[in-house]
Design a protein around this ligand. Sequence first.
Ligand SMILES: [Zn+2]
Length: 66
Amino acid sequence: MSKTPAETTVSGECPVCAARLFRPSSVEETEMLTCDECRSALVVDRRVDGLMVLGEAPRIEEDWGE
Ligand SMILES: [Zn+2]
């Protein structure tokens, strides 16, 4: 966390908790990721240079035990 993100990183904002998330620029639209802060399941809605627009992943019926 001491380095400023390089150009090879894209940032986006968690729609749930507004945390700033950084991911490698290889991230693709529709890719799923998990918020570092609130652990919400998110999906990359759109890629705009240097940024990713995140949405909440559609809820899937699942029962994952911890
Ligand atoms: Zn979050």
